[in-house]
Write a protein that binds this ligand. Structure first.
Ligand code: ZN
Length: 315
């Protein structure tokens, strides 16, 4: 099996002509340190909700450029959530981007930390890139499309895991039964409320197109259900989003699903847990300008619109 990072390296070197693949490890990473607790002293600076670090396994195997991109792009999505006070009752949840040897992402209750596996990003990258190549994008545009959507999907999946962290750490979340759908709802709300609804759209596209032989996210609902829910909540979140996906909206209407109402109640649920949610800045205002902002959103939307018929033709 190919070393997954090789694909990234090849693509990077090809299109961005940035030094060799083997360089990179400049000591820029540090695994999340222990959160110290000084409960007896007067409350100093409140603890930040999240730290985001890239593991040495990634810095050693990919390019410095790639590591910087992940730090900027994914890092800014996380950092913006630090503006919301006290997510986790004064606990800090480290988020680590690392090579796992498998494609997944998870929240560990024992460590109270989130891990996103680089291999999962690679899988998303290949899937999106392939899609663009099939639509006759140039090699460079296909790389850019794959990379940007992989970043968005990464953000969305991390937001999903943040949902699990909330469920584990906060005592005031009264949800019984399957939390997976709730975690997706939290991820959609966090995406939309931080001005990144496309994180959810890329996530939906990814789940929809995940090879059925892939056992990824086994404990979750099937990928079709997840895709449908995510698209319902995204299109229900604003008139702009609804206008971007007329086929989805028509399908949901025909099947009697009230996506506007569903999003409103998800938003209420998350706002009850995180009252500071409304005051968070859109992530674009803190994100360093990069090629992510020039992404071909139109092609993503067209691809996702094309999925709608598969969902509603049977009804
Ligand atoms: Zn989950």
């Amino acid at each position: 099996m190919l070393n997954p990072s090789f694909k990234f390296c090849v693509a990077m070197t090809l299109t961005i002509a940035l030094g060799g693949c083997s360089g990179g490890g400049d000591g820029g990473s540090s695994s999340g340190g222990g959160g110290s607790s000084d409960e007896n002293t007067t409350p100093a600076t409140p603890v930040e909700n999240f730290t985001f670090n890239i593991d040495n396994s990634v810095t050693e195997e990919t390019t410095e450029f790639f590591v910087t991109q992940i730090k900027n792009e994914v890092g800014s999505s996380i950092t913006v959530l630090n503006e919301i006070p006290n997510f986790f009752d004064n606990n800090q949840v480290p988020i680590l981007y690392k090579m796992c040897g498998f494609e997944n992402a998870y929240y560990s209750p024992a460590e109270r930390g989130i891990t996103f596996c680089h291999e999962l990003g690679e899988l998303a990258y290949s899937l999106f890139r392939e899609n663009a190549l099939n639509a006759e994008f140039s090699e460079q545009d296909a790389h850019s499309y794959g990379f940007n959507n992989a970043i968005r999907m990464t953000d969305f999946v991390i937001f999903h895991e943040i949902g699990h962290a909330l469920d584990d750490i906060r005592d005031d979340i009264g949800i019984g039964g399957n939390f997976e759908s709730v975690a997706d709802a939290i991820a959609v709300v966090l995406s939309v409320q931080t001005g990144q609804p496309n994180n959810a759209v890329s996530g939906a596209y990814f789940f929809n197109n995940l090879p059925s032989t892939n056992s990824l996210f086994d404990e979750h609902g099937n990928n079709a259900d997840r895709t449908g829910d995510i698209m319902c909540w995204v299109t229900g979140s604003s008139s702009n989003a609804a206008a971007a996906f007329p086929n989805w909206v028509a399908g949901f209407n025909q099947s009697g699903r009230d996506c506007v109402g569903e999003y409103q109640s998800q938003l209420q649920f998350v706002t009850d847990i995180l009252p500071g949610l409304g005051s968070v800045r859109p992530v674009a205002s803190i994100r360093a300008k990069s090629h992510t902002s020039t992404v071909n959103v139109e092609f993503l939307y067209r691809s996702v619109e094309g999925m709608a018929s598969g969902y509603f033709s049977a009804n």
